[in-house]
Design a protein around this ligand. Structure first.
Ligand SMILES: C[S@@+](CC[C@H](N)C(=O)[O-])C[C@H]1O[C@@H](n2cnc3c(N)ncnc32)[C@H](O)[C@@H]1O
Length: 244
């Protein structure tokens, strides 16, 4: 099933509308659930991703599908000189992200906007790096979002995508799939009160074109020097590419 057709609810609304509704609904539980369901490893994944971003020594960074701004916050810690802009389609996620920035006194370093990453107001060739963690899988149109990523970075600029992938090694693949398919939706349902949200998480990860397939999509969009690095036995993968 193509990823753009995998939606949280079976309504007549578009994937984008359903995804926005879903994240607006689970926003108050999102950070806690991330920590519980990933046993805290999600923080380490974002930290590793930002080490890769820091190697580019960017002055300007765009965090697409920033959510509650965790990746942007990690970036501002590792690259304090960078000006970071975050965009997310869910106003509730942005609201919570802004509360975190105020608490951490980061409002002068990170600016958050409600907006659609697939159709952004930013001028072409504006950012040194565009990045997204656990975001692109949720785009209404994956290629459109990635083309926007390509458009807004400067020539010579880079992208980094951190996204779930499907572990391939036995017996970890089987154990992880059982957890992801059966246990995680139960915990998610109890904690977030949205039974569909964590079923969607499983289904969208299954449908996501991971590893070489995502690498090929990035190359088709126009990125060069595309590389990927699986983390934690392939639960998620970091993808990078350059605009020439
Ligand atoms: C799983 S969360 C990831 C949030 C954050 N990057 C993180 O690492 O925790 C996915 C986010 O993608 C956002 N999103 C989905 N489609 C989007 C779009 N077209 N434009 C902007 N944000 C989008 C959702 O609102 C949600 O906040």
């Amino acid at each position: 099933m193509p990823i753009s057709t995998v939606k949280p609810y079976s309504s007549s609304a578009s994937k984008k509308e359903e995804v926005t509704q879903m994240f607006d609904g689970i926003a108050p539980y999102y950070d806690l659930l991330n920590a519980v369901l990933s046993l805290g490893i999600d923080k380490r994944w974002r930290k590793t991703a930002i080490q890769h971003v820091a190697a580019y020594k960017p002055q300007t960074i765009l965090d697409m599908a920033t959510g509650t701004a965790d990746l942007a916050i990690q970036a501002s810690k590792a690259i304090p000189e960078a000006k970071i802009t975050g965009v997310d389609i869910s106003s509730k996620m942005i609201e919570l992200g802004n509360q975190k920035l105020t608490k951490k006194s980061l409002t002068d370093k990170i600016e958050l906007h409600v907006g659609d990453s697939e159709n952004m107001d930013f001028e072409s060739n504006s950012f040194d790096v565009a990045m997204a963690s656990f975001g692109v899988r949720n785009f209404g149109d994956l290629e459109k979002g990635l083309s926007e990523m390509h458009r807004v970075i400067k020539p010579g600029g880079s992208i980094l995508v951190l996204e779930f992938s499907n572990p391939r090694t036995f017996p970890f693949k089987q154990a992880f799939n059982a957890y992801f398919k059966y246990l995680l939706p139960v915990i998610g349902r109890i904690k977030s009160k949205d039974p569909k949200a964590y079923k969607y998480l499983y289904e969208s990860v299954q449908a996501f074109p991971d590893y070489d397939r995502f690498g090929a999509i990035l190359e088709n969009i126009g990125f060069k020097k595309v590389v990927w690095k699986p983390l934690t036995l392939g639960i998620c993968t970091i993808y990078e590419g350059v605009k020439v």
